[in-house]
Design a protein around this ligand. Structure first.
Ligand SMILES: *Cc1c(COP(=O)(O)O)cnc(C)c1O
Length: 489
């Protein structure tokens, strides 16, 4: 039970001297009495909420006489008031808060993936706080189409004829299959029947879309003839799924996009590629591992490409469907599109992010996700040297902090095998116990701006690649802060 000594003692409701539970129960103040004595609470939270919270607290005390005993030596009324205030304050905190992602995974799905650039934030604020031309043609004065704000940008950057945007890439795949393959067959390589992040499984999405999955080949090897044998009158399209979060190594074979595109064309079928991450720029130019761009995939014969907005693209959560005009037109007409459409804030952010891609030379400095991915190891090391002494001081004498080389991952299924050389700190417990490490992780998560690290082989790791707001990070690290956060040993 927290005790808050706020201001001068306003209460003089002392029950010291009474000792039986009964007497204590009788001495509990009434709701009105507490309300009268705590006008500041009602002013802040409103009369109704405070009264309800007081009733709850009194009820709780009545049901737990030991709580009364705890409070017995203090002022009972102020005890109730303090408990009510703590309760109201906790209830007012959102569970959705910003955190420090020091996990070493840049695009961490559970931590919100890409971070938006300044330009996007301003655009979001503008359309969120005022009416906008979301579906309104300013030249014609007539109803417009919300896709128009981004379609020309996607067409330019992906070298496609048309495009549309939905809630996320899972929705993009669902909508494409539901439009083009409902009640028809779609052959997919067994090596590509992937699960991404536990909730997106290609076989399940295919089932939800109403198409029939025809598995071809084997997990490690699929040949063009496997697809050829699977194609018949009921085949709707050919689908290739980017093996996002794993790589099969060794005795493997998959069919090149160009070959699948040719086969699809011979049978008059669309060739659809679920790219997953979908980057728009040449990665080696930023000293990053190579990854085929959307335009590259289109050039290799894809009629439709789907990809996420908040993975390598570095934008808001959305799913982009880009490709042939005739197919996109059909996709846009599917009534399901209405259920999967994006809101104005997403569109506003996406427009600005895509606009940044029109000038690749300034992309690294403008786009936070790319900046994090391309951050030189030397800079991260220098930051580790600045940060480590503060950690060491806050965690002494129970923990030891050393600077260590580490490898960051891109995350969210992009570039599953390649890692990015990075620096961080390794924190070990002097008593070498797993319990101490677990408590440290708990305390770091309990800080005002929670810190998310990683436990590995009995130690706690912080990869500093994504550490922005360095001053805030250091400032909250003093020992008392860690102690307040709850679990510090
Ligand atoms: C990430 C991914 C998805 C799911 O995309 P969301 O935007 O998370 O819905 C689908 N397919 C592939 C290949 C992916 O990598």
């Amino acid at each position: 039970m927290s005790w808050r000594a706020s201001g001068p003692a306003r209460f003089n409701y002392d029950i010291s001297g009474m000792d039986s539970d009964k007497q204590r129960l009788r001495s509990l103040p009434s709701v009105d009495r507490v309300l009268r004595e705590t006008p500041h609470l009602a002013e802040r939270w409103g009369h109704e909420r405070v009264a309800a919270a007081i009733r709850n607290e009194l009820e709780r005390m009545r049901n737990n006489p030991e709580l009364l005993n705890l409070a017995g030596k203090t002022l009972l009324l102020s005890h109730v008031a303090a408990a009510v205030e703590t309760e109201l304050e906790n209830a007012a905190k959102s569970s959705l808060v910003r955190v420090f992602n020091l996990t070493g995974t840049v695009l961490h799905t559970n931590l919100g993936r890409a971070l938006l650039p300044e330009e996007a934030l301003e655009a979001v604020q503008a359309v969120a706080s005022s009416p906008s031309s979301l579906e309104y043609g300013l030249q014609t004065g007539k109803r417009g189409d919300r896709d128009e704000h981004v379609e020309h940008l996607i067409c330019e950057l992906c070298a496609v004829e048309a495009a549309t945007v939905v809630n996320n890439n899972a929705a993009a795949v669902l909508l494409v299959l539901n439009t083009l393959a409902k009640e028809l067959e779609v052959p997919v390589s067994r090596g590509e029947l992937v699960e991404i992040g536990g909730s997106f499984r290609i076989p399940e999405i295919m089932q939800s879309s109403g198409c029939v999955l025809v598995e071809v080949g084997t997990t490690n090897r699929t040949h063009l003839k496997d697809y050829k044998n699977a194609v018949n009158d009921k085949t709707a399209l050919l689908l290739k799924v980017h093996a996002s979060n794993y790589q099969i190594q060794g005795f493997t074979r998959s069919v090149a996009e160009t070959d699948l595109a040719e086969l699809a064309q011979q049978h008059g079928l669309p060739f659809v590629v679920d790219l997953g991450s979908g980057n728009l720029v040449d990665f080696p130019a930023f000293k990053l591992p190579d990854e085929p761009t959307v335009a590259h995939t289109v050039k290799r014969g894809a009629d439709i490409v789907t990809f996420s907005g908040d993975k390598l693209l570095g934008g808001p959560q959305c799913g982009i469907i880009a490709g042939k005009q005739e197919l996109i037109t059909r996709i846009k007409k599917n009534p399901m599109k209405r259920a999967l459409r994006v809101d104005k804030m997403t569109l506003a952010a996406l427009v600005e992010v895509l606009r940044l891609y029109q000038d690749p030379s300034r992309l690294v400095e403008k786009l936070p996700t790319l900046a994090a991915l391309a951050r030189p190891a030397g800079k991260i090391r220098a930051q580790a040297e600045r940060v480590a002494p503060h950690l060491a001081e806050a965690l002494a004498p129970r923990y030891q902090v050393i600077i260590t080389e580490c490898n960051s991952q891109v995350g969210s299924g992009a570039l599953p095998v390649e890692t990015l050389p990075s620096f961080g700190v390794r924190i070990s417990a002097v008593d070498d116990s797993d319990e101490a490490i677990r408590r440290l992780a708990d305390s770091m998560r309990g800080l005002p701006a929670p810190v998310i690290g990683r436990i590995n082989k009995g130690a706690y790791f912080l990869d500093l690649r994504c550490l922005d707001r360095e001053e805030e990070f250091i400032a909250q690290l003093d020992k008392s802060g860690l102690e307040r956060s709850g679990n510090f040993a």
